[in-house]
Ligand binder design. Structure first.
Ligand code: HEM
Length: 518
């Protein structure tokens, strides 16, 4: 009998793999060369550009690619084709002007199918479900009369925030967390938070912490290789499934418990009007409260609560850090504030138009720390041409919002925190682009909570400016501690913990805070 040595077998295997790779690569190159894609780093056969994508801060690597290849970079991760857009003009051109063909989401295997983080996020923009949910969001978070209804809640919670913040040094994020968590809990579920240890708040923070650190949607290995969702937890690559199992439990509680609270209070006739109770009432009235409808309502309530929490906390925390690092800016804002509110009351929404410098600070915070550095990916639905390049249908579109915020042509000296760049009154210059044009995403998928988020952020920042001094913490020898300025990597980015010194800026301010907290 003919025997084949181990070395021969290895040789045959090597020849076989080489021939197959050669054909696959040649075919692949032929496909690529027939069409004129935007440039990008050289892909490897089969793997594409996976090996060039770092684990952390992908937005920075993608920015480097934009410097080398231009504002449109085309890459592939296994069979997933990705267009990275680092120009605001092009992002608006395709995701806003051609919104009809660029508003789907790619298949989100990791975040949606494995972690089960809300189905709305993945619906096609043309689907009935998507349209129905967008209508719900529109009337609750974009209609003027809805937003006005939330003001008493916002004004109450900002007082609690001031009370907590004055005297904080490193733990202030928990007060920011409570501020936004309490507003959203009441708006979404009609539930009043009475302590920072509230169990619903805790669910929300835990879930959002996981979401923030989970891989970026559509750039996580299970998104490229969906079979990974079946890999047993004890095998290599089983970690995605293991983490998802833990996360699924948290999401289940976050979806079910506050919803049950709403149903119970509705049955007892004590439920205040909320996003959830309004949807349930409407479904009961039209005889449509099926199990599926209940799941949809739960799903949307969780998405709204989750979508608003971490993003707002991260923005407000960036404001505090910016003030620690830029005492000049805080002082200038306080002078403007004193002129308007005269240190004898707290600012409220009616003061907004009278505080133009504060407005510039908020824009600069949005730009300086883009909380969702790569936004949320869209997907194209048709073969298209963009600026002379071919973009095939089903290409994942990633807007590199971080790169846009650092574009030196749009924002000279982009790393410097400089609110004056947005001033209208500066002689000889035009104000730079308002970052709200991109930080909330684009087109049909644009963030439906943007007006509520902006109102919460304005109110919190205005009240902090009016009453608090925010500076560097000192060590036991009395020397200032330089805060570290490093942001975390992931879907939602935060600054790493830093020390600060936050206290009432005057006796008057201390009395205002104390009186408001009663
Ligand atoms: C500073 C605060 C916030 C930022 C920076 C932010 C940013 C974003 C971004 C970039 C997107 C993706 C848009 C796109 O695909 O083009 C998004 C989607 C979304 N946001 Fe926000 N957001 C914030 C606050 C909020 C708040 C307060 C809510 C709820 C009231 C909210 C609810 C949502 C929802 C439901 C979506 C999904 C929309 C969809 O897929 O159709 N967000 N947000």
């Amino acid at each position: 009998m003919l025997t084949v040595s181990l070395a021969e077998r290895a040789l045959y295997a090597f020849v076989f793999v080489s021939i197959v790779s050669h054909f696959v690569y040649a075919r692949w190159i032929r496909c690529w060369s027939r069409v004129h894609h935007p440039p990008g780093p050289s892909p490897l056969p089969l793997l594409g550009n996976v090996y060039q994508l770092p684990d952390g801060h992908k937005e920075k690597t993608m920015s480097d690619w934009a410097v080398v290849f231009g504002k449109l970079v085309y890459v592939s991760f296994f069979r997933t084709r990705v267009l990275i857009v680092s120009s605001l003009d092009v992002a608006q051109e395709i995701m806003e002007k051609r919104s009809m063909h660029y508003s789907d989401r790619p298949r989100l295997v990791h975040m949606q199918e494995m972690m089960q983080w809300t189905s709305h996020l993945g619906y096609a923009a043309s689907s009935e479900d998507f349209r129905k949910h967008r209508k719900w969001l529109q009337s609750a978070f974009l209609a003027h009369n809805s937003l006005v209804k939330y003001r008493p809640i916002q004004l109450r919670e900002v007082r609690v925030l001031l009370d907590g913040m004055s005297g904080s040094s490193s733990q202030f994020e928990q007060h920011l967390n409570r501020f936004i968590g309490a507003i959203l809990m009441e708006v979404v579920y009609g539930y009043t938070v009475t302590s920072a240890d509230d169990k619903f708040l805790k669910y929300g923070s835990e879930v959002m912490e996981e979401v923030a650190h989970a891989g970026y949607p559509s750039l996580s290995p299970p998104d490229w290789l969906p079979f990974l969702k079946y890999v047993p937890t004890w095998l290599p690559f089983g970690k995605y499934r293991k983490e998802s199992e833990r996360f699924k439990d948290l999401v289940r509680k976050m979806r079910a418990d506050p919803y049950d609270y709403v149903r119970k209070t509705m049955a007892a006739g004590t439920a205040p009007s909320s996003f959830t109770s309004t949807l349930v009432e409407e479904a009961v009235r039209t005889n449509l409260l099926t199990l599926q409808e209940e799941e949809d309502i739960k799903d949307m309530a969780t998405l709204v609560y989750g979508g608003g929490m971490d993003t707002t906390v991260s923005t407000l925390s960036a404001f505090v850090l910016a003030m620690v690092l830029n005492p000049r800016v805080l002082k200038k804002a306080q002078e403007e504030m004193d002129y308007v509110v005269n240190q004898d009351r707290l600012p409220d929404f009616s003061d907004r138009n009278s505080l133009p410098y504060l407005e510039c600070i908020i824009k600069e915070v949005y730009r300086w720390h883009v909380v969702a550095p790569l936004g949320v990916p869209h997907q194209s639905t048709i073969d298209d041409k963009v600026r002379g390049f071919d973009i095939p249908g089903k290409t994942v579109i990633i807007p590199n919002l971080w790169a846009i915020s650092r574009d030196p042509e749009r924002y000279p000296d982009p790393e410097t925190f400089y609110p004056e760049r947005f001033e209208h009154a500066r002689a000889g210059s035009i104000p730079q682009t308002d970052p709200r044009k991109f930080i909330f995403g684009f087109g049909r998928r644009i963030c439906p909570g943007r007006l509520l988020a902006d109102a919460n952020i304005w109110l919190a920042i205005a009240n902090m400016v009016a009453t608090l001094d925010i500076g560097k913490a000192r060590d036991s020898a009395g020397s200032e501690i330089e805060p570290r300025v490093e942001s975390t990597s992931g879907f939602i980015s935060h600054f790493e913990d830093y020390m600060s010194d936050i206290k009432p800026r005057s006796e008057n301010a201390a009395q205002l805070i104390a009186a408001a907290a009663v």
